[in-house]
Design a binder for this molecule. Structure first.
Ligand SMILES: [Zn+2]
Ligand SMILES: [Zn+2]
Length: 895
C-alpha cells in the first residue's frame, strides 16, 4: 500500500482495535481477581440503576474508577473492581406497563444492553463477580438480614403517613403522585394522606455513632460529611415539664433552657396527644388540627396557630401562659411541645407579633460581646445569642451556658439529646422489590418466614391499578409458620436502598450460598478503598450503607469493619455544550453510543478525564473531543513511525548526548509527576504532563537523530501513562513497540524525579523567558548566536550566605575572607541580594547549572533558530560573566 502526505494511513481504526483488545483482555482474565488475594485495592463505582442505557454521567463515573483501577494494577496491586446492577425499583414497573411486558424481562434486557455498553467503553471489571439485586440469589439475603436485624431489635412497626388514592383504594409511592395538585397517576383523583403501620429500621439507635465517626472519615469530602451531620441533626438540650390546664404535665424539649423566664406562651404540635384531647371539647382547635393535617408542608407559615383557651404554668416563674396549637411545632421533633420565648427566638417572635403576645427580654449581651445592650430592642427583633440573664429573678447576671446547666436541676428537668434523624421506613407498596419476609396470622400476629422457606420469591407480575403483590391472591395466601392456621403474606416490598446498603460486601463472595457474604474475606477486603459516585447520594445511600456496615459488624458478620468506604469521590456533572444540564427538553444531550461509534471509547475517556478534575463539572466540547482524538492518533503515529525505523536510531555525535540526557530526565520527571497526580485523582494534570512529554519527543525527533534507547523509553512511558485512561490505543502502541505482553499488565514506569529536577526546570524556563524578553525588547530579528554565561562560584557563595543571613547580608558577606578578595563586586552583589533577601531561592551549583543549560541548549536553538553556546565563568568574557547571577545566566545575543 502506498500512501502519501496527509492521506498516509498512520492512525489506528478504533472500530477495529477497541473490540479486539476488549476480547484479548477478557481471554487473558486481566481483570479477574482470585479469592485468595490478600487485602486487594478495592475500587468501586456506585452501581447503576438499570435504566437501559448509559448516559455521560455514568461514563464519567466509570472512567474514573477504571482509570484508577488500571493504574493500581500496573503498579503491582491486586485490584478488585466489580460491577453489578441496582435493578429493583418502580421505573421497571412503569416500563412494563407501557410495553405490556413484566418488570423482570424488561430489567434483564436493560442489563444486557448496559453490560455491552460498559464493555464497549473498555471498562475492566471482574465480571465473575457481577450481581443483580433483583435476583433471588441476592435478595434472599435482604430477607435474611431483615430477620437478623429484627432479632437484634432493629426492626419496628411504626405509623407513617402514606399517599392514598381513594378511588383506586391503594397506597401510592411518592413518584406515583403527580403535579402540584397531587393527583393519582392512574385516575387523576386527588390523593389523601393516610396513616398506616409500616416496617422501620431503627437507624436512630446508631445516630450518635453515625455522627461521631464522621470526624474520622478523612477520605470523604467535607461537604458530604457536613450534609450527614445536618441530616442527623444532633441537638443537646434539656426537657422540663409544664403543667397544662387539667391535662397534667407536658414535657418540652429546648436547647435554650436559660431563657425559660422569658416564656410568654406555650405551643403544641397538632399531632400532640394533649392537643388532640383539647380538640375533643373545642371545635375551633379541632378545625385547626384537621386543617393543619391536610395542609402540605410549607403551606402554613410560622404564624399559623390557634389559642386553646388553656394555660400552662411556667415552673420558673409560676406564671400562667396561654397554650396554642401551632403547625410550626413538629410532632416528631423533640417532644412535640415547647415553650416559646419571643424575645430570643425569631420564629417565636414572629408568632407573638401576629397573635399579640407579650415579649419579655431575659438575656442581654455580655460586656465583651459585639452588641451593645443599649442597642438591643427585643420588641423589634429577637436577640437569639447567648449572654447574661436579666429579668430572671435570683438568676440575673448568670451566663447563658451556666444557666442552662443549673436550670436542669433547678426546675426538675433532665439533660436530653435530640436528633433530627428519623427511623428508616422501608415498606414500599410496590411490586419490583424484595418481599418483606413476614406473614400475618390473625392469632399470632406477625410471624417471620422461617429461614428454610427463604427466599420469598416474587410471584408473576400482575397488571393492576394497586399493589401487584396484594393482587397476587394465590401467592398471598399461606399458612402461619407458628400455628398452621391460614395466614397472609406481607405484601409490601423493601425500599431499594436496602439492596444498595451492603452490595459492596457481596462482591467479595458473590456465589456464596450459605450466607450473604464470606465473613473472613469481607473482613479482609473491606472497606472499599476508593468509592466514586454522584453527590445526590450524599445522605441516603451513604448513610444507610454506613448504618448497615456498623450493624453487620455488631452482628459479627464482619470483623472490625465499621465504615464501608475509606475514600469517597463525588464526580461533577457533565454539562451540555451550552453549559446547561443535559436534558431531553433542551436537546443538548450527548449519547455515549454515538461518541463511541464516531471517535471510539478511548477518545471519550480521554476527553472526559482531561476536561476537569473529577469533582468539577464541565461542559461537553466538540473541540475537546476532537483534540483528544487527534492526540491519540498523533502519539500512535509517533510510535509506529519509530517502530518502522523511520525515526533513526543513532545519536548525533555533536550534541546528541546532551539532548538525550535532557529528554531522559524529562521522561523520569513526567513519570514521577503523573504518578503523584494519579494518586491524588488529578488525572487532568497527569494527562497534561503526558501531552508535554509527547510534544518533547516530537521536537527531539525533529531536532536530531534521537538516541534509540531514550526515544523508545519515552514512547513506552507515554503509552504506559496513557494506558489507564486510553487503554485500547495504549495496547496498540505497546504492541507496535514490539511487546507481546499486555500494557494493562505491564509495570508502571519507575517514578522518581531526577535530583534537583524542579530547580533545573525553573532555571531552563527562566532562561528561555529572559531570552524572549531580550529578543523582543531589543528587537532582534535574526539572532545568530546566543551565549549563556554561568555565574562564578563566589556569587553562589554570596547567595548561600545571603539566604542564611539574619538581617545584615552585606556585613555577613564581607566578613568572609574569600569574598573580600572579590572587593567591590562582592559588596555590590551582596547589596543587590539584600534588597530581596526574603525571596532568595536555592540554586544549582555552577557546574550543575552549566550542565543543565547545556542539556537544554537544543530547545533554545530550536526556538530562536540560533546557535547556543554555554560557557563556564572561566571561559566566558569577564564583562558578560559579571552580569550573571546564580540561576540567572548572563545572556549575549549576536545578530
Ligand atoms: Zn387512583
Ligand atoms: Zn398463627
Amino acid at each position: 500500500m502506498t500512501t502519501t502526505g496527509e492521506e498516509r494511513e498512520r492512525g489506528f481504526d478504533h472500530t477495529e482495535i477497541e473490540p479486539r483488545w476488549q476480547r484479548t483482555w477478557d481471554e487473558a482474565d486481566v481483570f479477574r481477581i482470585d479469592d485468595n488475594e490478600t487485602d486487594p485495592e478495592y475500587v468501586l463505582a456506585m452501581f447503576p440503576y438499570t435504566s437501559g442505557s448509559l448516559h455521560m454521567g455514568h461514563v464519567r463515573n466509570y472512567t474514573i474508577t477504571d482509570a484508577y483501577a488500571r493504574f493500581e494494577r500496573m503498579r503491582g496491586e491486586s485490584v478488585l473492581h466489580p460491577m453489578g446492577w441496582d435493578s429493583f425499583g418502580l421505573p421497571a414497573e412503569n416500563a412494563a406497563e407501557e410495553r405490556d411486558t413484566n418488570p423482570r424481562d424488561w430489567t434483564m434486557q436493560c442489563i444486557d444492553s448496559m453490560r455491552d455498553q460498559l464493555t464497549e467503553m473498555g471498562f475492566g471489571y471482574d465480571w465473575d463477580r457481577e450481581l443483580a439485586t433483583c435476583e433471588p440469589e441476592y435478595y434472599q439475603w435482604n430477607q435474611w438480614l431483615f430477620k437478623q436485624f429484627r432479632e437484634e431489635g432493629l426492626v419496628e412497626r411504626q405509623a407513617a403517613e402514606l399517599n392514598w388514592c381513594p378511588s383506586c383504594e391503594t397506597v401510592l409511592a411518592d413518584e406515583q403522585v403527580e403535579g402540584e395538585e397531587e393527583l393519582c397517576w392512574r385516575c387523576d383523583t386527588p390523593i389523601e394522606a393516610r396513616e398506616m403501620d409500616q416496617w422501620f429500621f431503627t437507624i436512630t439507635d446508631y445516630a450518635e455513632e453515625l455522627l461521631e465517626s464522621l470526624d474520622d472519615l478523612d477520605g470523604w469530602p467535607n461537604n458530604v460529611r457536613e450534609m450527614q451531620r445536618n441530616w442527623i441533626g444532633k441537638q443537646a438540650g434539656a426537657s422540663v415539664a409544664f403543667e397544662v390546664g387539667d391535662h397534667g404535665e407536658v414535657d418540652i424539649f429546648t436547647t435554650r433552657l436559660d431563657t425559660i423566664h422569658g416564656a410568654t406562651f406555650f405551643s403544641l404540635a397538632p399531632g400532640h396527644p394533649v392537643a388532640q384531647e383539647i380538640a375533643e371539647d373545642n371545635d375551633e382547635v379541632a378545625e385547626y388540627i384537621e386543617m393543619a393535617e391536610e395542609a402540605d408542608e410549607d403551606e402554613l407559615d410560622v404564624t399559623s396557630g390557634v389559642f386553646t383557651g388553656e394555660y400552662a404554668t411556667n415552673p420558673a416563674t409560676g406564671e400562667e401562659i396561654p397554650v396554642y396549637v401551632a403547625d410550626y411545632v413538629l410532632t416528631d421533633v423533640g417532644t412535640g411541645a415547647l415553650y416559646a420565648v419571643p424575645a430570643h427566638d425569631e420564629r417565636d417572635h414572629e408568632f407573638a407579633e401576629a397573635h399579640d403576645i407579650d415579649i419579655v427580654q431575659v438575656v442581654e449581651p455580655t460586656d465583651d460581646a459585639d452588641a451593645d445592650p443599649e442597642d438591643i430592642d427585643v420588641q423589634e427583633a429577637a436577640y437569639p445569642e447567648d449572654g447574661v440573664l436579666v429579668n430572671s429573678g435570683e438568676f440575673d447576671g448568670l451566663a447563658s451556658a451556666e444557666a442552662r446547666d443549673r436550670f436542669v436541676e433547678e426546675f426538675d428537668g433532665e439533660h436530653r439529646t435530640e436528633y433530627n434523624l428519623r427511623d428508616w421506613g422501608i415498606s414500599r407498596q410496590r411490586y419490583w422489590g424484595t418481599p418483606i419476609p413476614m406473614i400475618h396470622c390473625d392469632d399470632c400476629g406477625y410471624v417471620e418466614v422461617p429461614d428454610e422457606d427463604l427466599p420469598v420469591e416474587l410471584p408473576e407480575f400482575v397488571h393492576t391499578t394497586g399493589n401487584p403483590l396484594d393482587a397476587a391472591e394465590e401467592w398471598k395466601q399461606t399458612t402461619c409458620p407458628d400455628c398452621g392456621a391460614d395466614a397472609v403474606r406481607e405484601t409490601d416490598t423493601m425500599d431499594t436502598f436496602v439492596d444498595s446498603s451492603w452490595y459492596f460486601m457481596r462482591y467479595t463472595s458473590p456465589e456464596m450460598e450459605e450466607a450473604p457474604f464470606d465473613a473472613k474475606r469481607a473482613s479482609d477486603w473491606m472497606p472499599v478503598d476508593q468509592y466514586v459516585g454522584g453527590i445526590e447520594h450524599a445522605v441516603m445511600h451513604l448513610l444507610y450503607a454506613r448504618f448497615f456496615t456498623k450493624v453487620l459488624d455488631d452482628l459479627d458478620m464482619v470483623d472490625g469493619v465499621r465504615e464501608p468506604f475509606t475514600n469517597l469521590t463525588n464526580q461533577g456533572m457533565v454539562l451540555g455544550e451550552d453549559g446547561n444540564k443535559m436534558s431531553k427538553s433542551l436537546g443538548n444531550g450527548v449519547s455515549p453510543q454515538r461518541i463511541i461509534e464516531e471517535y471510539g471509547a478511548d477518545t471519550a475517556r480521554l476527553f472526559i478525564m482531561e476536561a476537569a478534575q473529577p469533582e468539577k463539572e464541565f461542559a461537553w466540547s466538540p473541540e475537546g473531543v476532537q483534540s483528544a482524538h487527534s492526540f491519540l492518533q498523533n502519539v500512535y503515529t509517533l510510535v509506529s513511525e519509530y517502530a518502522d525505523g523511520e525515526a533513526g536510531t543513532d545519536a548525533d555525535p555533536e550534541n546528541g548526548d546532551d539532548i538525550a540526557d535532557y529528554v531522559a530526565r524529562e521522561i523520569d520527571a513526567t513519570a514521577a509527576n503523573a504518578t503523584a497526580e494519579f494518586e491524588d485523582f488529578r488525572f487532568n494534570h497527569a494527562l497534561q504532563a503526558v501531552r508535554e512529554l509527547v510534544s518533547l519527543l516530537r521536537r527531539y525527533q525533529e531536532a536530531t537523530t534521537p538516541d534509540a534507547d531514550t526515544f523508545e523509553r519515552g514512547l513506552a512511558t507515554a503509552a504506559k501513562l496513557l494506558a489507564p485512561v486510553a487503554p485500547h490505543a495504549a495496547e496498540e502502541m505497546w504492541a507496535e513497540l514490539g511487546h507481546d505482553d499486555l500494557i494493562a499488565e505491564a509495570e508502571w514506569p519507575a517514578a522518581e524525579a531526577p535530583d534537583d529536577y524542579e530547580m533545573e526546570r525553573q532555571l531552563v524556563e527562566n532562561t528561555r523567558e529572559d531570552i524572549r524578553d531580550i529578543v523582543e525588547t531589543v528587537g532582534i530579528e535574526d539572532p545568530q548566536t546566543i551565549t549563556l554565561a554561568v555565574a562564578p562560584e563566589w556569587k553562589h557563595r554570596v547567595l548561600d550566605l545571603a539566604r542564611n543571613a539574619d538581617g545584615n547580608v552585606v556585613g555577613t558577606v564581607m566578613q568572609d575572607e574569600e569574598l573580600r578578595e572579590q572587593g567591590e563586586a562582592a559588596a555590590d552583589f551582596a547589596k543587590e541580594l539584600a534588597g530581596r533577601a526574603q525571596s532568595l531561592d536555592e540554586q544549582l551549583p555552577p557546574e550543575r547549572e552549566q550542565a543543565a543549560l547545556e542539556r537544554a541548549a537544543w530547545l533554545v536553538e530550536r526556538e530562536f533558530g540560533a546557535d547556543v553556546v554555554v560557557q563556564g565563568p572561566e571561559e566566558a568574557d569577564p564583562d558578560l560573566v559579571g552580569k550573571a547571577g546564580p540561576g540567572r545566566p548572563a545572556i549575549d545575543i549576536e545578530e
